[in-house]
Design a protein around this ligand. Structure first.
Ligand code: GDP
Length: 613
């Protein structure tokens, strides 16, 4: 095969060497690696039939195609790998404790509560917290910071447990999707009156995939018809065998509502941790950990809750969290008290960051402000690049029929958010009743009252779901995040419209609708003949404006005599212009169409995609 050459210039063809490029790299990045001129790579792509600009971020496939053509072996580096390398270049290693065995001390387990919707996750998290306030720091004003710590007595020792208090596996999955390991133990909540449900299994699978031991809380035992034994039987099928049946999973029967057996549940968590995990960390090093949740506070700026995983975080430390950085101005614990330092497994709210990090972003403490800024800036740039590569992958209603046909999805996953529980339920039940044939199922992964949040988008990302907002909008950063991640969020205010659209999408009939929008009209005052261009209409714009490349029709004596024309040329005096406004004169060339007369009207319009919903 001949080396590709462009304009007679030979390109640096490889010998099968490996080049490493980050996901979402551009041809310029590629060119830099092989010492070529970016423009020549644009030309190569053009020969291959793809129009790409030099700086535009391209897909993995395009990089692969180009590499094949140039005889290189391309290795696309994942964001996690890249981040590891970025930190390495500053001599920082994330995720490992420094020092040796003697430096490690026992740290509390970090627990996430998971389970099917309505099985009592939120109630349980409240109950655990309340029991502890009475027993412990009475009078403390608890505040929600995304995680809290409680103390429980086991075998005469006071033991701490940290709870991540965003229930559901959304948070868990979101963090895992970012490669962050936040959780040591999962509490799987199963309502004893309802038994094992789809999301129970989902949660269980998430925990197993993350290699996280499970403690089962069989909840609502106060309810009539509660059957805790049945729950044990059901979960056996999924590999969770209760200790009393010879297995190694602890099951605790509880009532979150009545605060029953909460202590036993906490004890089970500690016992499970002691039996299966070696939870130790070095408290004497620069702190590292992950962000759990964060928001922008009007008065205090960026407020982020971080979980310290190793080391000790102190006020005054310089930290980088994802693409945010700053010096810790103040730290608050889950009781709203100011604290000066936080050791392993402690959640604290941190003030002083430049912006708001994402849940699951890792944090590190560094010596120099400059290092922090450089790392944060590199990450921000990388995210912008990666955004493009991601954008095309997710499911949207428009392309649903294609992915269904290709067998890529067999079910349409939905997340429904609405302004009231009644409307959410009504919408959900109507959607579930849709008869769309056997090949595809509709599954509602999550429903709730309130705005579409970042956690909804996270869940949608992880499961290729479409988000429906009924009389609600995306809150805070959720809209940007959906846009960046390519998650389809649909807004409706009428139930039947939502139903119609989903049905149409499932049947592959949802085509974008266009409407004609009138732009302007021009009256022909004179016709000039040009040997090169044919007939030119000398016009005066009577209404609106006329733009080059706009669609047009020709009207003579009030009747349309020609359709589907294009304003190919537009001039004012001797200059080519892109638009002419009402009241001004100019020249219009309609391309090959020459049948124009004085007094004809050229009406221009454009097709705009109709907003839905
Ligand atoms: P989540 O969706 O899993 O977070 O569930 P919630 O914590 O919101 O609980 C769903 C419903 O079940 C609420 O109305 C709770 O009050 C109720 N609930 C939770 N735990 C118990 C319990 O132990 N007993 C009874 N009777 N109701 C409970």
């Amino acid at each position: 095969m001949q080396a590709p050459s462009v304009g007679g210039v030979m390109l640096p063809r490889g010998n099968g060497e490996t080049i490493r490029l980050s996901r979402g790299a551009s041809l310029t990045d590629f060119a830099e690696k092989i010492n070529a001129n970016p423009a020549s790579l644009v030309a190569v792509m053009m020969n291959l039939g793809e129009m790409v600009t030099a700086t535009q971020s391209v897909s993995d496939e395009t990089l692969q195609l180009l590499a094949d053509e140039m005889n290189y072996n391309v290795q696309i580096v994942s964001p996690e790998e890249e981040d590891r390398e970025l930190l390495e270049s500053f001599d920082i290693e994330f995720g490992e404790d420094e020092g040796s065995e003697e430096d490690l001390v026992v740290r509390p387990p970090v627990v996430t509560v998971m389970g099917h919707v309505d099985h009592g996750k939120t109630r349980l998290l409240d109950a655990i917290r309340k029991t502890n306030v009475i027993a412990g720091e009475a009078g403390g004003i608890t505040q929600h910071i995304g995680a809290y710590q409680v103390t429980t007595e086991v075998n005469g020792d006071d033991r701490k447990i940290t709870f991540i208090d965003t229930p559901g596996h959304e948070a868990f999955t979101a963090m895992r999707a970012r490669g962050a390991k936040s959780t040591d133990i999962a509490i799987l909540v199963v309502a004893a009156n309802d038994g094992v449900m789809p999301q129970t299994i989902e949660a269980l699978n998430h925990a197993k995939a993350a290699d996280v031991p499970i403690v089962v809380a069989v909840n609502k035992i106060d309810v009539e018809g509660a059957d805790p034994t049945k729950v044990r039987g059901q979960l056996t099928e999924y590999g969770l065998v209760a200790e009393e049946y010879g297995g190694d999973t602890m099951f605790v029967d509880i009532s979150a509502k009545q605060g029953l057996n909460i202590d036993s549940l906490l004890e089970a968590v500690i016992l499970t941790a002691d039996a299966t995990l070696d939870l130790r960390a070095n408290p004497n090093q620069d702190a590292q950990g992950i962000a759990i949740e964060s928001r922008l506070d009007r008065g205090r700026g960026a407020v982020a809750t971080v979980l310290v995983q190793r080391g000790t975080l102190r006020v005054g430390d310089t930290m980088v969290v994802g693409d945010a950085y700053g010096r810790v101005r103040a730290m608050l614990d889950d009781n709203g008290n100011n604290v000066a330092e936080a050791g392993p497994s402690t959640p604290v709210q941190v003030l002083g960051l430049t912006n708001v990090p994402g849940a699951g972003d890792n944090f590190i403490v560094v010596e120099e402000d400059r290092t922090a800024r450089q790392i944060a800036e590199k990450r921000a740039a990388r995210e912008r690049n990666a955004a493009f590569a991601k954008r095309t992958r997710r499911v949207s209603l428009e392309d649903l029929d294609k992915v269904l046909k290709a067998g890529e999805v067999q079910q349409l996953n939905l997340i429904i958010k609405g302004d009231a529980s009644g409307s959410v339920e009504a919408l959900e039940s109507s959607l579930l009743q849709l008869d769309v044939g056997e090949e595809v199922d509709i599954r509602v992964l999550h429903r709730g009252v309130g705005a579409v949040t970042e956690s909804d988008i996270d869940l949608a990302m992880g499961s290729d779901a479409i988000v429906i907002g009924f009389n609600v909008r995306a809150a805070g950063r959720a809209a940007q995040m959906a846009e960046r991640e390519g998650v389809d969020v649909r807004y409706y205010s009428v139930i039947y419209q939502a139903i119609e659209e989903i049905e149409a999408a499932l049947k592959g009939m949802l085509k974008p609708e266009y409407e004609e929008v009138e732009l302007g009209t021009a009256e022909i005052r004179e016709v000039f003949k040009s040997s090169k261009l044919g007939n030119i209409a000398g016009v005066i714009i009577r209404s609106g404006e006329v733009r080059r490349n706009a669609k047009a029709r020709l009207i003579r004596d009030g009747k349309v005599v020609a359709e589907n024309l294009t304003i190919e040329g537009l001039r004012r005096f001797k200059d080519d212009v892109t638009e002419i406004r009402e009241g001004f004169e100019g020249g219009i060339n309609l391309g090959n169409f020459n049948d124009i007369k004085v007094d004809d009207v050229i009406a221009t319009y454009e097709l705009r995609e109709k907003p839905r919903g």
